[in-house]
Design a protein around this ligand. Structure first.
Ligand SMILES: *[C@@H]1O[C@H](CO)[C@@H](O)[C@H](O)[C@H]1NC(C)=O
Ligand SMILES: *[C@@H]1O[C@H](CO)[C@@H](O)[C@H](O)[C@H]1NC(C)=O
Length: 335
């Protein structure tokens, strides 16, 4: 035990020495602070299945039989046009098949037919199999074109909090895990309205996805093992809060420029490429069955494609689908 923990510290030290800070630090934004629940959020549903902790700076969301139909969730008080949105999340442990935890932005309640959406979705699994993470993007009601990507994590997301973030500007969308960029969507002319362009709220929810979440619905939520609890902390809402009916004028020019100025350094780009090579298990861009002609932004994915089957599944995932466990819980496992 002693030697393995000193190895671990040596390992951490090496990770710190070999990684530039740039690859894993938060974007540089003025006044980037965490909020209490009351400062920025409001409960959506779930009654007492939403509980505040740590002086109102952390939120428990629980799913049990009582709230099975809706789950539990909260949302930002405001809608935002662009910004940086983040939370540290700890997922339910053990058997969690059918359980879905979502951290996402949407304006579906304001624009029913032409909504925009940016998603992190966490899909629970049977005992001994890991949670999977999915990201997705919709713009102007583009629900006919799913832009899903799925990933394995390099850590056990049920053991501790990890930070999940979304940057959204005029120019680009970047998804981050523990500040490592894992996906970038750059706005192109061809994408048109499919790039989200209207103010959105931020949401965090837990719900019953028994019909699809685990092995296409084969494994359902088992309420004998409830409650399933997801914890949220380090809540960041750094955005241009706007009135949805008048969104063009509400944000100060200087704020908009802040978000547009965030791009990726060469180190971050390298870190993202490595993450995707090792951990991305599915991408719509490579799914030739669903999209014989890939959506326009997929032209830019480049050499990644050699690692994927026509189904969009990663070749490595196909070979090693069974028996994989989490490796070293260090950033170095990605980079
Ligand atoms: C940051 O916060 C301080 C104090 O609340 C405020 O005076 C300042 O204008 C803020 N800066 C920006 C760029 O929002
Ligand atoms: C969004 O979709 C509507 C139709 O639902 C269309 O009229 C509008 O031009 C689209 N906006 C963009 C930016 O593509």
């Amino acid at each position: 035990m002693v030697s393995s923990s000193s190895f671990f510290f040596l390992f951490l030290l090496c990770s710190v020495l070999f990684l530039s800070d740039e690859a894993t630090s938060l974007p540089e934004l003025p006044n980037l602070t965490t909020l209490s629940f009351e400062e920025g959020y409001t409960q959506l549903f779930g009654d007492s299945n939403l509980l505040l902790h740590r002086d109102g700076r952390a939120v428990h969301l629980a799913l049990d039989q009582r709230t099975a139909l809706l789950g539990a969730g909260f949302a930002s008080q405001d809608l935002y046009l662009h910004g940086f949105f983040s939370a540290s999340i700890k997922l339910p442990s053990d058997y969690a098949a059918g359980v879905v935890v979502a951290f996402y932005m949407s304006n579906g309640d304001v624009f029913e037919k032409s909504h925009d959406e940016l998603d992190f979705e966490f899909l629970g699994n049977i005992r001994g199999r890991e949670w999977r993470v999915q990201t997705n993007v919709y713009g102007n009601g583009s629900t006919a074109v799913g832009r899903e990507e799925r990933y394995q994590l390099w850590f056990d997301p049920t053991e501790d909090y990890h930070q999940y973030s979304i940057l959204w500007s005029h120019e680009r969308i970047i998804f981050y895990i523990d500040n490592i960029p894992i996906r970038e969507v750059v706005r192109t002319q061809a994408m048109g309205g499919d790039f989200p362009s209207k103010p959105m709220s931020l949401y965090a929810t837990i719900w019953d996805g028994s019909t699809w979440a685990t092995s296409g619905g084969r494994y359902k939520v088992n309420y004998k093992l409830a409650p399933y609890v997801a914890d949220f902390a380090d809540l960041i809402l750094h955005g241009c809060a706007v009135d949805p009916s008048d969104h063009k004028t509400a944000c100060q020019r200087s704020d908009a420029v802040l978000y547009d100025a965030i791009t990726m350094s060469a180190d971050q780009r390298t870190a993202m490429a490595k993450f995707r090579k090792k951990h991305m298990t599915y991408s719509y861009c490579h799914d030739r069955i669903r999209y014989p002609t890939p959506p326009p932004e997929c032209m830019f994915v480049g050499p990644e494609s050699q690692n994927f089957l026509a189904s969009g599944d990663a070749k490595f995932n196909y070979r090693h689908r069974r028996g994989r466990r989490y490796g070293r819980s260090s950033v170095d496992a990605v980079l």
